[in-house]
Design a protein around this ligand. Sequence first.
Ligand SMILES: [Zn+2]
Length: 510
Amino acid sequence: MNLFPNYCYFYSPNPTVMESTLYLYNTLSRTKELFLPIRPPFVGMYVCGPTVYGDPHLGHARPAITFDLVFRYLQHLGYKVRYVRNITDVGHLENDEDEGEDKIAKKARVEQLEPMEVAQYYSDRYFLFMDALNVQRPSIEPRASGHIIEQIDMIKKILEAGYAYEVNGSVYFDVLKYNEKFNYGRLSGRVLEDLISNTRVLEGQDEKRNPSDFALWKKAQPEHIMRWPSPWSDGFPGWHLECSAMGKKYLGEHFDIHGGGMDLLFPHHESEIAQSRIANGSDSVKYWMHNNMITINGQKMGKSLGNFITLEEFFTGKHPGLAQAYSPMTIRFFILQAHYRSTLDFSNEALQAAEKGLKKLMTGIETLQTLSPTGSGDKASSVNIQKLAADCYDVMNDDFNSPMLIANLFEGVRIINLLKENKETINSPDLELLKQTFNTFVFDILGLKEEKAGGQDEIMSGLMDLILELRKDSRQKKDFSTSDRIRDALQKLNVSVKDTKDGATWEIAN
Ligand SMILES: [Zn+2]
């Protein structure tokens, strides 16, 4: 049993919650369940992380932001959360099944790099963009390649229990035998018989007794670079195994939350449940949470589908499908405006609406800082701030309903604007509560932050607008010495100014 020793650094004491009023949707039971952690105040949460062989795209941002919201809210409620998110750097084969080339090994071959160079480079890129999105780093980020021993141990246990078999140096999980006693398909709702009749037998799958069996260990072909010794062969672990092994290592045999994208429900999570059930002798996970997908014109977005837009392209606007650049907080707000279990369809219009909405929220917060209590500040308020604050908690306690939270915050902005126009009154404690509510929910829980005109380009164009405005003023006042001075100084900096009938334009000469 893992009692989370030495664990205190994320603890944010909040006396309001320890008696849980939080409900979350458990994919396993398909209902919203009251959240009762196994060992309060500790919470163990495992989320499937990226396979690091390409730049992160919008589809990566959604699970990261979804479980960041969960992580932030649980901490806010006072739980001591250990959040584990793995990095897949070995064993994830091209077609997400047991055949094809390892995704990272393939990239390494194409780019003539070591597989670990590929994994390191794209892990760094992943962190860079997640940091920009203000996604908090998990407590532990274990790598699959660093936990081969734990994975081999787990395979031994499954073999001993009689639920796996070895063929030619590879080891497969016996799904048919498992299904006789347990239900393979209870998470995803799939029926094994249907799976079997729908599975095409690909070349090379003849090693398996049954096409729905999955690899725990694969013998490496001679050309395969990523290989480790094992009792069965020099090879590598199957993709599903790492999460079972690392979840157990860092969170114990039983832990509270396992999360990931809905695309991982089957076969990844279904197989994790089966492996852990056999290796540990009981079910590991209490609550399974899944975020829905981001679509483009109704189609799933993904690297393997080739219709993805990277986060870098969003931030720079350099992609033919983008009408403009979108800031990291616009992307974050766009994702949070939908409930995590709903699909979210990408379009420029939706992102532009998110940009406007975020601006409205941030302007409201700026206005809030300028407000003072009405009169002497001790009379009753005409606005009900207690209700606003309670509503914010209520919707978050209802399966992390961030779109409803944002709707409540907009109601708060409406109140702020009425207060500014002196159409409503507020006393000191209520004004304090209003400020605290916005701080807590906007910055701490939604994880939004203010974005000052930060980009170099934006600063540059702002400065040039100002300079050309001053030049225009001086010419209108017939102060030609000043306007000439501005023109000459710009010329020295290689900035040429052209006067057109629509006003002055500028460009930097090369
Ligand atoms: Zn996983």
